[in-house]
Design a protein around this ligand. Structure first.
Ligand code: ZN
Length: 240
């Protein structure tokens, strides 16, 4: 089975279209979305519709839940809060229903999906260090955990000692656990403005974390037209 994985689209239609364009050419059998479909970008409804049409496995991100009042936004930064309030006004009942129905964790026979962490996923903490990773490895009942949330692609490997690294292509070894952050489609934060996503082949156990250029200027223009903060547009051009 070949999976096309993407995360943290954040209402960026231009980036999502570019990613799906590549995944379609890659003959993907099934799609996986690791949450945060909306928030930050100016095309929340269009992104929900496009993702729905793929019929993927989808889990909830903090912004998805925030838009439908399922999580507290008091800890959101000013810009994130501003966009969530704007997004709440854009969404229609069918969108709200869709976001409300998303679950926090999804288990497949071979791997596990969560937006933030397996340990108390509703707290939306981050896996930044090997210490964070080890706490999650302890709770992981499969060998692979795919995550998003930080918008920075990275791989944690349970080894002695536990280590982390980034490689575009990784073959998972049998009997070893991995946590894979696939980066963000709509708001990359690793200094590379190109949209990040992944392809996973369960037979070869090979994951490829890929990047694709998209119409950043178009996405920035829409943010400006929606009257949202300039910072949100500017950071797209920098991958910050
Ligand atoms: Zn996010």
């Amino acid at each position: 089975m070949r999976y096309g994985l993407f995360s943290d689209v954040h209402g960026n239609l231009e980036a999502l279209q570019a990613v799906l364009g590549v995944l379609k050419r890659e003959d993907v059998d099934n799609y996986i979305c690791l949450g945060d479909i909306i928030g930050y970008g100016a095309s929340p409804r269009e992104c929900i519709k496009l993702i729905k049409d793929l019929n993927p496995i989808v889990i909830a991100g903090n912004h998805d839940y925030a838009a439908v009042h399922l999580t507290d936004i008091s800890y959101f930064n000013t810009y994130a809060k501003e966009v969530i309030l704007w997004t709440q006004n854009q969404l229609q009942d069918e969108d709200r229903e869709y976001l409300t129905g998303l679950k926090l964790v999804h288990n497949l026979p071979d791997f596990t999906l969560v937006h933030a962490t397996l340990r108390r996923p509703e707290k939306w903490n981050y896996i930044f260090s090997t210490y964070d990773a080890q706490q999650n490895f302890q709770m992981l009942t499969t060998s692979l955990l795919f995550i998003g949330h930080s918008h920075v692609p990275i791989i944690f490997e349970e080894n002695t000692p536990c280590r982390y690294y980034f490689k575009e292509t990784v073959k998972f070894e049998e009997g070893r656990k991995y946590i894979i952050n696939i980066g963000s489609v709509g708001q990359p934060r690793d200094g590379d403005p190109r949209a990040s996503f992944a392809l996973y082949d369960t037979e070869s156990r090979i994951i490829q974390i890929k990047r694709v250029e998209y119409d950043v200027t178009g996405a920035m223009r829409k943010i400006a037209e929606a009257g949202l903060s300039k910072v949100l547009a500017w950071r797209l051009s920098r991958g910050e």
